[in-house]
Design a protein around this ligand. Sequence first.
Ligand code: PLP
Length: 435
Amino acid sequence: MTETENLQFDADHIWHPYSSAAYPSTIHEVVSADGVRLTLKDGREIIDGMASWWSTIHGYNHPRLNQAAKDQIDQMSHVMFGGLTHQPAIDLSSKLIEMTAEPLQHVFFADSGSVSVEVAIKMAIQYFFAQGQTKKQRLLTVRGGYHGDSFGAMAVCDPVNGMHSMFEQILPKHLFAPLPTCESDEDWQDEDIAEFRDLIKNNHDELAAVIIEPLVQGAGGMRFYCPEYLRQIRVLCDQYDVLLILDEIATGFGRTGSLFAYEQAQIVPDILCVGKAITGGYMSFAATLCSRQVAQGIAADGSGVLMHGPTFMANPLACRVANESLALLAESDWQTQVADIEQQLLAELMPYQDLALVKQVRVKGAIGVIELKQKLDDQMDWLPKFIVEQGVWIRPFSNLVYIMPPYIIDAADLTVLTQAMGKIVEQLSLKLLSR
Ligand SMILES: *Cc1c(COP(=O)(O)O)cnc(C)c1O
């Protein structure tokens, strides 16, 4: 079929993330991908600034990941995990336990990030339930978070941009502290945590866990906050007997400059969600890790089995590719790659800080964000086409033009991305400021 026919069929029949069947948005057809480049149906090659939503850290079409997938397909692409186990799951669990903080010793394999968050929430509630603390069923989080699109996860997403109003009757009511605002530990003031502290102090007998994205809030607004906030949360959780769930689905595996963002705060979670980059962007996969204390607590009343078990749990193909992706990461010099990307993003994006439309430029690890003073949702009729014409793949949302490229991107390609970000802001300024 021609590209036009394909796009017509797509518009008529296929949902995309947050899409409308009545008003289809601009869509491009991709035929292949290699390294940091996507090849479109019309032959154009564009540089990927999104790493397919944080996941493709080693680049596309990686020979080692391809080989791992092929080898595993020839051996066993899937087998049920009820009553059976296999080497890829054992290898991957062992790697994850080794890479993460010492207390985390138990691994639950989930099929997506949202599912891993559901599992984390169940773990926390079951942990207290098994000890007779049946009132501890609620969660405390901060505004501006994103934890996934399933109902349990959605209930802890930002209540305003997380569409709570539409589902209000059906969503569990959790507690929300204000946005973390401190930008660096040097500027820390006790009042930064005051409301959070009041919430946990006044509600701890109903709280099973705090859930939060450490240091970087991703899809909820691409905001960064200081490590001291996390340290304070850890202390409060211990003080009030509330578990700490860290959602590292976006930040995990090096993106913020440390293997996991929590390392920068020198704290350890009770429950940890990882996903996105775990398979190097090859397939949907995630995991929930928990401490021995949590795992044994769930079993404390003698009958407590963890109530979750997806059909495709620990899919061997995904485990095998994840093993290879984590091996690649360990063998690579990702620390230098991420640090170099950070330096270059700072040098090339900070000059945009002075533009009239720009509210703030911020960089952390391999994440570069230009926050605008206005939302650009009503510009999406022309903007995606304009972006692709710049030879890049960037997908702005709300008031954000941002990138988180594959770690393997070279300096020249990264400059193409940052210059394109500048052109996007320039073009948006012409449209938005001249009215
Ligand atoms: C993407 C994301 C999720 C959801 O993961 P899916 O695989 O899309 O279900 C959850 N939490 C965070 C922080 C994420 O970035």
